[in-house]
Design a protein around this ligand. Structure first.
Ligand SMILES: C[S@@+](CC[C@H](N)C(=O)[O-])C[C@H]1O[C@@H](n2cnc3c(N)ncnc32)[C@H](O)[C@@H]1O
Length: 351
């Protein structure tokens, strides 16, 4: 198995990230390693990061910085290697072209190394929605106040604006720009209405700006064409909602503190006939233990005051060879009850 980011020097860390992978980034990473050792532009771009902790993944920040230059249309010769932009040039030719682009943008790429990798996967809405059906069924309340912790750009706060299709079932607006095909069988669809929605993230991304959209796109592998299509469609939905004055707010805050504040306030529409739903996806693994403990305590206290459901799509811990690691797949749970295993990107949902 390839060890991400392992090695003494940056070059070794770059080479270890994707091993011999025949992908655009596989060739790019090996080229970056050679360039760093040869004292090329990569050495200058990465100056000061030589002793950065393993896990900083500056190679991903570097590649995302390059990707943002490509997305702005400033490197069409490199776009030819990015399948998500329609490129089909053979991946093995990417580095000499990328090296020229990097050399022309050294100051920008130095700044790009400060941008922590961050994604927002709207495919996870297909999983969270199944949790929401279950929560509505359990509580028998169909008006929902949705609170998302670790929401990134908040794309999954628009889950009711996406269209879902599975074997024998479909749900959501037929004119949505985002269609999420799922393989989940036997889904019992429930009617509900989201009457209020809001999220938080330590570092929210504004999906209504081109900078925010490019930041999200730049951390998705360029050959993951379906993910890029999903992301573009979700961003189109957000633009429609924002234009109509219905943009979802994502506050800059840690999960526990924010949730405590939100649950201390009454819902705008009262509370007895409103189900408060707290949901989260693939965020807990990034929290310090104290954050998780605070979230759990806040939710336990709030349950005594109002109908509340907690929907999680997270990678649970498991023990492998005596070591605690995050499970490879994600698990959907409602109020701590596991409903099944799901793909980490949500789609395809086979639950
Ligand atoms: C892998 S992303 C997942 C984003 C989104 N939930 C999704 O499924 O697409 C993890 C997110 O958790 C956020 N995060 C990490 N620690 C956090 C914390 N203590 N409180 C709130 N958000 C946090 C990160 O900023 C990042 O946006």
């Amino acid at each position: 198995m390839v060890a991400f980011d392992a090695g003494e020097t940056l070059a070794e860390r770059f080479r270890s990230h994707m091993g011999d992978a025949p992908t655009v980034y596989g060739y790019a990473l090996r080229g970056m390693a050679d360039d760093w050792e040869a004292g090329g532009a990569t050495r200058e771009i990465c100056a000061g990061w030589e002793a950065s902790p393993t896990g900083t993944m500056i190679q991903l920040r570097y590649l995302a910085g390059i990707f943002r230059i490509v997305l702005r249309g400033e490197a069409p010769e490199l776009a030819a290697f990015y399948p998500c932009l329609g490129g089909s040039a053979p991946a093995e030719g990417v580095w000499p072209v990328m090296r020229e682009v990097a050399a022309r943008h050294v100051p920008e790429l130095r700044r790009a190394l400060d941008v922590v990798p961050q994604t927002n996967e709207p495919g996870r809405s297909a999983v969270l929605l199944l949790g929401l059906f279950e929560a509505v069924r359990r509580h028998g309340i169909r008006r929902v106040r949705l609170l998302e912790i670790g929401a990134s750009a908040g794309l999954n706060l628009y889950a009711d604006r996406f269209r879902y299709v599975g074997p024998g079932w479909e749900w959501g607006p037929t004119d949505s720009a985002l269609l999420l095909p799922t393989e989940a069988p036997h889904v019992r669809v429930e009617a509900f209405e989201i009457v209020d929605r809001r999220g938080c993230d330590l570092d929210p991304v504004d999906p209504t700006t081109s900078d925010g959209a490019d930041r999200l796109r730049s951390f998705v592998w360029p050959w993951h064409v379906a993910r890029h299509e999903r992301l573009s469609a979700a961003l189109a939905v957000v633009r429609v909602e924002a234009t109509a004055g219905r943009a979802a707010v994502v506050d800059r805050a840690g999960a526990g503190e924010w949730l405590e504040g939100q649950l201390a306030s009454r819902t705008p529409s009262g509370s007895a006939d409103v189900l408060t739903v707290v949901w989260q996806s693939v965020t807990r693994m990034y929290w310090p233990p104290s954050e998780g403990e605070r979230v759990d305590a806040v939710i336990a206290a709030a349950r005594r005051q109002r109908p509340l459901a907690h929907i999680t799509m997270e990678h649970p811990d498991e023990v492998v060879d005596g070591r605690v690691v995050h499970a490879r797949e994600a698990q959907l749970a409602v109020d701590g009850d596991p409903l099944g295993w799901v793909h980490p990107h949500g789609i395809p949902v086979w639950l």
